[in-house]
Design a protein around this ligand. Structure first.
Ligand code: ZN
Ligand code: ZN
Length: 261
């Protein structure tokens, strides 16, 4: 085996071990680990630091138990299903962009502009290469990105103002922040939870009813095997805190096998 292959094999094995037995095996013929690093990820309730690994064919991320050695809640997304979208800096959030996948779309924020450029650039070029090599089709269905709670002062359906008692909820289909009254319905969201009923807003509910009656259900089901995301789905009624925590400060820079973008 050539030195590069040996090193690559070793690094992939190390990632696999860091996720422990609940993670999926990551060794696969021709797979190369190109880069890894920590990014802040917008979750339902708060921003949280997560570990990300970019391979030549998949994006893997997970929660951090011990930096560099122990991770959990492994998520694997085939690169052809990943889409990145640039976002402008705001006062609070810098170096951020959107990662869209069929099951989940979320904002991430990098430590620096260079880091962001590397991540976005390398994800795009790896995906491009993968598609050019043939036999993979780019994904076309992406989950809506959740609108952060603190971005909405009013229900985005009926415009009632949110208060301590009139709380925010998220429609699982369109990602809008809505009140309880406007999200009493539940529905099956094909690309995210094929089997479970999830909270949806009244507009999406009406739409899905229309689709059933006109029998135009075009959404493909179960394209890929994704890890179960229940860990993050457990409670949905609390407000998300908007601030990026100070744990940011001890962030290490990402390491790349590829050059700077
Ligand atoms: Zn409402
Ligand atoms: Zn909706």
């Amino acid at each position: 085996m050539e030195q590069f292959e040996k090193d690559n094999h070793k690094r992939i094995l190390a990632v696999q071990h860091a996720f422990g037995p609940p993670g999926s095996p990551l060794q696969s013929p021709g797979r190369i680990l190109y880069g890894e690093g920590y990014l802040m990820k917008q979750g339902r309730k708060k921003w949280e630091q997560k570990v990300f690994f970019l391979f030549n064919d998949i994006l893997v991320y997970g929660s951090i138990l011990v930096k560099g050695s122990w991770y959990k809640k492994q998520k694997i997304v085939p690169l052809e299903d990943v889409k990145v979208e640039d976002m402008e800096d705001s006062e609070k959030y810098q170096h951020q962009w959107l990662i869209c996948t069929p099951r989940k779309s979320f904002f991430v924020s990098a430590f620096s502009l260079d880091e962001k450029k590397n991540w976005m650039g390398h994800i795009n070029s790896c995906k491009q290469e993968l598609l050019q090599a043939g036999n993979r089709q780019p994904g076309s269905i992406y989950a809506p990105s959740w609108i952060p709670d603190n971005a909405a002062q009013k229900c985005m359906r009926c415009f009632a103002i949110f208060t301590a008692t009139n709380r925010r909820h998220h429609c699982r289909k369109c990602g809008f922040v809505v009140c309880n009254q406007c999200s009493k319905q539940k529905g099956v969201i094909n690309n995210i939870h094929p089997k479970k009923q999830k909270r949806i807003c009244k507009k999406c509910h009406q739409k899905s009813r229309d689709e059933v009656t006109s029998d135009k259900r075009g959404v493909r089901v179960g394209r890929n095997s994704y890890e179960d995301e229940e860990g993050e789905e457990s409670s949905d009624d609390e407000e998300m805190q908007g601030d990026i925590p100070s744990s940011w400060l001890d962030t290490q820079m990402g390491t790349w096998l590829l050059g700077d973008v």
